[in-house]
Design a binder for this molecule. Structure first.
Ligand SMILES: Nc1ncnc2c1ncn2[C@@H]1O[C@H](COP(=O)(O)OP(=O)(O)OP(=O)(O)O)[C@@H](O)[C@H]1O
Ligand SMILES: [Mg+2]
Length: 268
């Protein structure tokens, strides 16, 4: 990898630009409805940003897209194939950067990154070394190569999780809060990496984030999920003028010291 990931051996094949269809998806756990009849599509090569308050169902929806959860009703299609079918993920390289990293704690940072290409015999050990070290460099992690996850700060773990996904050279890349816990410069670097992957390799990306800077600067479209309902999907410029009180409040919350929100929460 130089400043951006190298194309994979499959880079020119027909699967390189994959679209995602979320078709009337509802997800419930027991009697608890988390996601309600959500429909949207992500175009091949698009960066789609999903925002929404804590507990809105964003991570649950991402898990359904990568096939870790089967929707209670409705379907997710990746390049026309059912995301709940494991074979779909053998055909399409999909990577999810988990909100909490989900690193292998017993492996060094280097071995965490090398795991996928080794398992899938994607390249020689020499090429893996070059790729892993280049990726670590982009994310300012070269010195952490020999460390274990328990020796890293929260922001470092987050960057290792992103680096591990980039090494996979995915066709569909999902990020759950990629810039939380990062300082502003590293957050900007992550936004640039997402944009570069789209521009150079048309990697279809779905980014769950609370980061408005990121959403406005890299999102082709921005969606807001509110208590499991999809409130809107629109361009970054038009969403900033959206008059729906829920969308307005979410994007521009006012701090009201006379009538603090937390008192309302305590009363309810
Ligand atoms: N496996 C599960 N079993 C039961 N309930 C779950 C499960 N996973 C998530 N939930 C519930 O689903 C709801 C939505 O969770 P989710 O993690 O999707 O929220 P989120 O929008 O990602 O929030 P945050 O911004 O805080 O990460 C929460 O009430 C959570 O407790
Ligand atoms: Mg979440």
């Amino acid at each position: 990898m130089s400043q951006s990931p190298q194309s994979s051996p499959k880079a020119s094949d027909a699967f390189n630009h994959v679209g995602v269809e979320v078709d009337h998806v509802s997800i419930q756990f027991g009697s608890n409805k988390i996601v309600t009849d959500v429909t949207f599509s992500v175009k091949p090569g698009e960066v789609f940003v999903l925002m929404g308050a804590s507990g809105a169902g964003k991570s649950v929806l991402l898990r359904a897209i990568v096939g870790l959860i089967e929707p209670t009703s409705g379907k997710v299609l990746i390049d026309g194939m059912d995301a709940a079918n494991p074979q779909t993920h053998q055909k399409i390289r999909t990577a999810l950067v988990f909100q909490a990293g989900a690193l292998f704690n017993s492996l060094s940072v280097y071995d965490n990154l090398a795991f996928y290409p080794r398992e899938h015999r994607l390249m020689s050990e020499k090429r893996i070394r070059e790729k892993v070290m280049d990726t670590l460099k982009i994310l300012s992690l070269e010195k952490a190569a020999g460390k274990h996850p328990s020796e890293l700060s929260g922001g470092m773990k987050k960057r290792v999780a992103i680096a591990r996904a980039l090494v996979m050279e995915p066709q569909l890349l999902l990020y759950d809060e990629p810039t939380s816990e990062l300082d502003p410069i590293m957050a900007a670097t992550i936004s640039e990496i997402i944009a570069a992957l789209r521009e150079q390799y048309s990697v279809t990306s779905i980014v769950v984030s609370h980061d408005r800077e990121l959403a406005y600067s890299i999102g082709g479209r921005v969606a807001i999920l509110h208590q499991g309902d999809l409130r809107t999907v629109e361009s970054p410029s038009s969403i900033q003028n959206n008059q729906d009180p829920v969308v307005k409040e979410f994007l521009n919350p006012e701090i009201n010291l006379k009538n603090p929100r937390f008192r309302k929460i305590q009363q309810s």
